[in-house]
Design a binder for this molecule. Structure first.
Ligand SMILES: Cc1cc2nc3c(=O)[nH]c(=O)nc-3n(C[C@H](O)[C@H](O)[C@H](O)COP(=O)(O)OP(=O)(O)OC[C@H]3O[C@@H](n4cnc5c(N)ncnc54)[C@H](O)[C@@H]3O)c2cc1C
Ligand code: SF4
Length: 538
C-alpha cells in the first residue's frame, strides 16, 4: 500500500482561529506558508491531496516504468473529474497533481523569468493587456524565487532580461545532442544558451546533486529536482500546520460580504470541518482556484466569490507545443539526460507574429531503451535487435508558443457532473486563435530549417493541427488595478474581499511563452510580503 493510500491516524480537525489559512500546498501556497510561518504567524495549510512518502520514490519510479502499474501520483478518477467543452480537448489530469507539493511532484523543472515585454503587451503591441506590475517590480522576487527553488543556471542568454546576481548553482553542461545542434545553429545564426533548471547541479538545500536517473518527469527518486515538498518541510519546521486530504469545499464570508470567515473542508473519515483565519490565501492552481471561488457562491454573491467583475474563470491560457524531429546518421545519445540543457530565446521578442516563442533542443527524442524493453512483446536476441534498431539516432526540437488571453477560453462549473463530494466539476473551454497558429507555424519553420541544416529530414512535426498544451494553466483570476476588469489587485489581494489573496498562475494577465513556475514563485513571495504588512497592521 502506498503512503498515499495509508491512513495512519492524523488529526485533521481545525486549529482555532489562525492568522493565515492557505489552501493548496503547491509552490505558490507553500512559499506563502513558509514565509509567514517564519515571520512568526500561525499558519494552517489545507491540501486536497495526500502526502506522498519520499522514501517510496523508487517504487513510484517503478510504477511509472512498468506497464500497468498505474500513475505514481494517483491522478484521475472521481476526485479529479472534469468536463471538456471546448473546441480543443484539454487533458487536465495530465496537467496537474493533487498532493502535498502540488504539480511540482510531476513537473519538468524548467524555470525562466518572463521578459520585460510580457508585462507590456498592450502598450508595446496593442494586443492582450498590460500587467499592473513591471519586470523591475518583480525582479527582486525573481532572485528570491531562484534561491527558494534552487535554480542551476548561467548568464549566457543574450535575450534574457537583466539580472542582479548569478543563479544559486552553476548550469548543467550542454548534452551531447546539444553539441550536434550547435553546429547547425551556428551556420544559421541561431544563438543557443543554457536552460535554468530547478534541479541541483551540486548538493543544495539538503538534497543531492542530480545523479542522472533521467526520469525527472514524472518522478525524481534522488530529490535533486525541486518539488514544493521541500518548501512545505521548511514551512512545517517554522511552525505551519499542513493538513493533507482536506479538500476545501467552499469559502464562507461574513454577513457584510467583506471578508472570508472560514474555509469548509472535508476529511477522509467523512467529516466536514471549518478553519477560521484572519487571512485566506487561495493557491489551488489555475483550474481549481476559479472553481473554488465559483463553488463558494452565496445569497450575496450568487455568481461566486470575488467575482463582481464576472471574470472569475475567464481568460484561461496555456502555452502551445510545436515540435519537429527525425533521424540523424550518427549516435545522438538521447535519453541519457532527462531534461533539456539548451534553448534559444532569439525569437521571443520578435513582433511578427506578436506571440512569444522559445525553442527547445530536446534530450528525450525517440524511445528510451528502458521503456522500450519493459513494454516490448519480444524476447532475447529479437528484443535486443528491436531495441538497437529503435534507439540511438533520434533528434528533435520543441517550442513553447504564447497564447494571448481570450475571454471565451474559460473554466466554468458543470452542474451535470459531480466529484466525489457532490460538487460540480470544472468545465474547460479552450480554443486556439489565428495568431497562436501563426506562431506555431513560425516555430515549425525554424525547427525544420535547423533539422535540414543538420541533414535530417523531419519525420514528424507538431504544429497548429495537432498541437497540445504545455500543462501551464494560467489566467483565470486576472490581476489588474480596475475591479471591473480584474479579480485581484497588484498585491494579489482580491478586489472584493479584503482578507483574501490569490497566488499561482491564475492572476497572470498574459502568460508569455516561458514556463510559469518561477513567476508564480516570485508573485507568491511578493504576496507574502504584502500579507505580512497587512497582518502587522490589524
Ligand atoms: C507534466 C508537467 C510538467 C511541467 N513542467 C513545468 C516546467 O518545466 N516548468 C514550469 O515552470 N512549470 C511546469 N509545470 C507547471 C507547474 O507544475 C505549475 O506551474 C505549478 O506547480 C503551479 O503551482 P501552484 O502552486 O500554483 O499549483 P499546483 O502546484 O497545481 O498546486 C495546487 C495545489 O492545490 C491543491 N488544491 C486544489 N484544490 C484544492 C481545494 N479545493 N482544497 C485544498 N487544496 C486544493 C491541489 O491538490 C494542489 O496540490 C509542469 C506541470 C506538469 C503537469
Ligand atoms: S536526471 Fe532528473 S530524475 Fe534523475 S536525478 Fe536528475 S533531476 Fe532527478
Amino acid at each position: 500500500m502506498s503512503s498515499a493510500e495509508s491512513d495512519t491516524p492524523t488529526d485533521r480537525t481545525p486549529s482555532g482561529r489562525v492568522d493565515v489559512c492557505v489552501i493548496g500546498s503547491g509552490p505558490a501556497g507553500s512559499l506563502v506558508a513558509h514565509r509567514l510561518a517564519a515571520a512568526g504567524y500561525e499558519v494552517v495549510v489545507l491540501e486536497a491531496g495526500p502526502r506522498f512518502d519520499e522514501s517510496e520514490r523508487t517504487e513510484q519510479l517503478d510504477a511509472h516504468l512498468r506497464p500497468g502499474e498505474g500513475n505514481p501520483w494517483d491522478v484521475g478518477g472521481e476526485r479529479d473529474a472534469y468536463t471538456d467543452a471546448g473546441e480543443r480537448g484539454y487533458p487536465l489530469n495530465a496537467a496537474r497533481v493533487k498532493g502535498v507539493g502540488g504539480s511540482t511532484l510531476h513537473w519538468q523543472g524548467m524555470v525562466m523569468r518572463l521578459h520585460e515585454r510580457d508585462f507590456e503587451m498592450d502598450s508595446r503591441y496593442g494586443v492582450g493587456t498590460d500587467w499592473p506590475l513591471s519586470y523591475t517590480d518583480l525582479q527582486p522576487y525573481y532572485a528570491e524565487a531562484e534561491s527558494a527553488l534552487g535554480v542551476a543556471g548561467a548568464d549566457d542568454n543574450p535575450y534574457a532580461p537583466p539580472r542582479e546576481e548569478p543563479h544559486p548553482m552553476s548550469a548543467f553542461p550542454p548534452s551531447h545532442s546539444d553539441s550536434i545542434f550547435a553546429e547547425a545553429c551556428e551556420s544559421l545564426g541561431l544563438d543557443m544558451h543554457s536552460v535554468p533548471n530547478a534541479r541541483n547541479s551540486e548538493a543544495y538545500d539538503d538534497a543531492s546533486a542530480c545523479v542522472g536517473y533521467g526520469t525527472c518527469r514524472p518522478v525524481c527518486p534522488s530529490g535533486a529536482k525541486y518539488t514544493a515538498e521541500r518548501t512545505v518541510a521548511k514551512a512545517e519546521a517554522a511552525g505551519a500546520r499542513v493538513i493533507d486530504r482536506a479538500p476545501v469545499q467552499r469559502l464562507e464570508h461574513d454577513s457584510a460580504g467583506e471578508t472570508v470567515e472560514r474555509a469548509v473542508y472535508a476529511t477522509p473519515d467523512g467529516e466536514t470541518h471549518a478553519q477560521t483565519a484572519r487571512r485566506f490565501v487561495v493557491a489551488c492552481g489555475g483550474v481549481e482556484t476559479p472553481r473554488l471561488l465559483l463553488l463558494s457562491r452565496s445569497e450575496q454573491y450568487p455568481d461566486g466569490l470575488a467575482n463582481s467583475s464576472g471574470l472569475v474563470g475567464r481568460y484561461f491560457m496555456d502555452h502551445l507545443f510545436a515540435g519537429a524531429g527525425g533521424t540523424y546518421d550518427r549516435p545522438t545519445e538521447q535519453n541519457h539526460v532527462g531534461f533539456n540543457t539548451s534553448e534559444c530565446h532569439q525569437f521571443y521578442d520578435e513582433a511578427d507574429p506578436v506571440v512569444g516563442m522559445k525553442l527547445e533542443f530536446l534530450n528525450y527524442a525517440g524511445p528510451s531503451p528502458v521503456l522500450g524493453a519493459l513494454n516490448a512483446d519480444t524476447w532475447g536476441d529479437e528484443l535486443l535487435g528491436d531495441l538497437q534498431g529503435a534507439y540511438g539516432t533520434h533528434v528533435a526540437m520543441g517550442a513553447l508558443v504564447e497564447q494571448l488571453p481570450r475571454s471565451e477560453n474559460r473554466i466554468e462549473l458543470d452542474p451535470s457532473t459531480t466529484d466525489d463530494h457532490g460538487n460540480p466539476v470544472p468545465e474547460i473551454h479552450w480554443s486556439l486563435d489565428d495568431r497562436t497558429r501563426a506562431g506555431l507555424r513560425r516555430a515549425n519553420e525554424i525547427q525544420t530549417a535547423v533539422l535540414t541544416e543538420l541533414g535530417v529530414s523531419p519525420e514528424w512535426t507538431v504544429g497548429p493541427e495537432d498541437t497540445g498544451p504545455a500543462y501551464h494553466h494560467m489566467g483565470t483570476t486576472r490581476m489588474g488595478t480596475d475591479p471591473a476588469s480584474s479579480v485581484v489587485r497588484p498585491d494579489l489581494r482580491t478586489h472584493d474581499l479584503r482578507n483574501c489573496w490569490i497566488v499561482g498562475s491564475s492572476p497572470f494577465p498574459t502568460g508569455g511563452a516561458m514556463n510559469p513556475t518561477l513567476t508564480i514563485a516570485a508573485l507568491s513571495l511578493l504576496a507574502a510580503d504584502r500579507l505580512e504588512e497587512s497582518l502587522a497592521q490589524a
